[in-house]
Design a protein. Sequence first.
Length: 612
Amino acid sequence: MSSHSSATAWVRFLRNYGPIPTNDNMYDESIQRALKRHRIAPITLPAPLVDRLVQNFRSDTPVSHIITGTAGDGKTYHCREVWTALGGDPAVWNGGDKVQTLSLGTRSLVIVKDLSELRDEESATLIATFARDVADPQACTSYLLAANHGQLLEKLKSAPHIPEIERVTAAVEELLVTGNNPDSGIAVDLDDLSRSPAADMAMRIISEITGHEGWEGCGSCAANTGENICPIFENRRRLIGEGDDDPFKKRITALIELSERNGSHFPVRQLLALVANSILGHPDARDGLMSCAEVPSIVQSGRADLASIYRNIFGENLRPSKAEKTELFRKLNAFGIGAETSNRVDNLLVYGADDPAYADDYSGLVLSDPIYGATPSYVTAQRVYLEGAEGSDRAGFLTALRSQRQRLFFTMPEALAAEYDLWDLTVFRYAGLYLDVAAKVAAKQAVPRQAVTMVVRGLNRIFTGMLAQNQDELVLATSGSYSQSKRSPLLDELISVPRQGGEEVSILPDGAGGFCVSVKLVRGNEIPPVTLSLSPTRFEFLGRVAEGALPSSFSLECHEDLLAFKARLLRETENRRKLDGDDEINDGELMLRFIDLGSDGRAVARRVIVRV
């Protein structure tokens, strides 16, 4: 096969990973058949558990293992890699049996590709045998089971109610929550692939796909001769980037990390679809994904700029209805990149060609990219828009402007990111600060003071319902009860932010890979710190409130979460007063402290004594 034919076959195969109607990208078995049919070298993806599992099953005292996660996390891929590494025949594996058994000396290993594929009676029998074996130290059979979270618990709870199954179910539930097996008599362990950092996996997938040998011959293709530029080849080149510090890789990593910290997981299957769609996407191609045969007509039509990798990341090569229904693109479009902007960015994109103040930046950020930046269509639409010609296509120019904002988000050099407020191009304006805090917390370094003061100011405004400026003390206020009142005029406590008298407000690791705001009301060990995990959404909410947004108008869910946090703090301050004996009424008098805002905006206490 010639190098050009090989590249054509590779591109055709790569389409299988994209968001296409046939859904061939869903199953490991389908991919393996396609690789064999097209005689293409397989894509080798990271399988972090394989070495440990192989070592475990080769040992004299192996522990049965469950691999769980969400659909597309690579559970079946891991099982196949373990099967092959232990000497299993790939042809037998590809035979289609749902349950495979491998002899390992005097022992045997049973591998279940996907527990959810078994009928209820099949899974009930298997689980009963599995439970008895993992509870028996003398058993000669070990197990490797793959199952999604929901199906795993459902299958366990629908199995016969025998003591061994009940013990296994209790152990698995604890393993899913804490990662620890509370029953030493049950020889089972569990790994949840959905907890693996998707941002790291994305970079590995990008490297594997862009560096695949199937691309050999693309450079000498007729679509890349002379002034012709193949959009597939160009998108791959941009995806390769210029090393780990390439802005594109840093920004896509940041989006994935922020999504995951907000609770939106990216399985391996979705990351493969993202990379394939980024390289091959074009709205005029079949199913929105280009093949080599379609490239010449796309280039000749003058619409090659619509293959922009920066549009494809958000699924804009697909029909709107298709992109909206695809979970991958729903997650990424939640950032609003393209729709969100700032005056400075739009001034650059709209007036930069004529405004001397933007001349240098316009040259470096727009004119330097004639393929997806200063394209003939964009320059023409920009000129017509500025001249205000009657009948001009304003909607068309605004669509082009959206694409340019997306491109700038991924190409803006770090040196200019702060000047142009890069994260203003998303709905998460404080995402850059959030990621900085997360990195500092993970490295056990000091958290930026800016983040602490912003969080404290935001909390104070939510707790009081006033535009309080206090940032060196937490103003814990109440309306006289634990009700979630919008305005709380009574001061309960002023809690010092810097460590003082056993009090402290700080940002610390939350034990789950993120970070939280921690409030210490130390009185020996009797009052534990009160904490609240800070997701990107909660952090953004506090930032917006700190700068003056109304809490209830931005996010009702976040507002309720923080009022619940306030209620927990109120309970603990009440406990502290009881321990200190400060809750008693002296001589029939009760002192109330009302909150007033001083001329500098700081909340101060105004004492009122009430006879009771």
